[in-house]
Design a protein around this ligand. Structure first.
Ligand SMILES: CC(C)(COP(=O)(O)OP(=O)(O)OC[C@H]1O[C@@H](n2cnc3c(N)ncnc32)[C@H](O)[C@@H]1OP(=O)(O)O)[C@@H](O)C(=O)NCCC(=O)NCCS
Length: 154
């Protein structure tokens, strides 16, 4: 899926606001552009009202995913801190599940650092932990953190 430059600008603005620099999880623009160029990748932006941003409205949240054989991987999901706990991430996850299923995916996978509060969101949406990579991430202060893989049958 290709993305117009304006959409990448919007996505990067949410990325920079949403991810805590302590964990180095935010992607840079080049990484996002490369992911989108590889194909089989999908994204969606929503504004604060939950619909598509129109007429120059800022995006409040986005997801980025990659489709593989019978599986789709959620690469990034982020909501601007000013618009959290308004079900924007939930709406994006519901949309991704429906779209991934329509693309032929039987399950949705994601990986996150252990103890990310996002785990509560994923569990509410029916994701279950299926694996753990010990000390996979390194925080800005050098702390090693496990990565946990979650899966949801579609
Ligand atoms: C995790 C994140 C995407 C959640 O977005 P959100 O739009 O606020 O989530 P929702 O409003 O859809 O939350 C739905 C439910 O999930 C759970 N939940 C969401 N965020 C939570 C948090 N920080 N702590 C505990 N539970 C949480 C709650 O049950 C919530 O329902 P409630 O508000 O009625 O209690 C957002 O906090 C974020 O962008 N975090 C930084 C980036 C990140 O870590 N992304 C995920 C890893 S890639």
């Amino acid at each position: 899926m290709t993305a117009p430059g304006d959409d990448i600008d919007q996505l990067m603005a949410v990325m920079q606001a949403a991810f805590d620099p302590a964990f180095g999880e935010a992607w840079n623009r080049r990484q996002v552009e490369d992911a989108l160029m590889l194909g089989h990748s999908h994204y969606a932006l929503v504004a604060a009202h939950g619909g598509e941003p129109v007429g120059g409205e800022p995006a409040a949240a986005f997801f980025l995913s990659r489709h593989g054989f019978e599986e789709e991987e959620l690469l990034l999901l982020a909501v601007d801190p000013a618009h959290r706990r308004k079900r924007l991430a939930s709406a994006l996850l519901d949309r991704l599940c429906a779209d991934a299923k329509a693309r032929g995916a039987a399950r949705l996978l994601l990986e996150m650092r252990a103890n990310n509060p996002a785990e509560a969101l994923y569990r509410v949406h029916g994701f279950k932990p299926i694996g753990r990579r010990a000390q996979y991430y390194r925080s800005a202060i050098g702390e090693r953190l496990d990565a946990v893989t979650f899966s949801k049958d579609l």
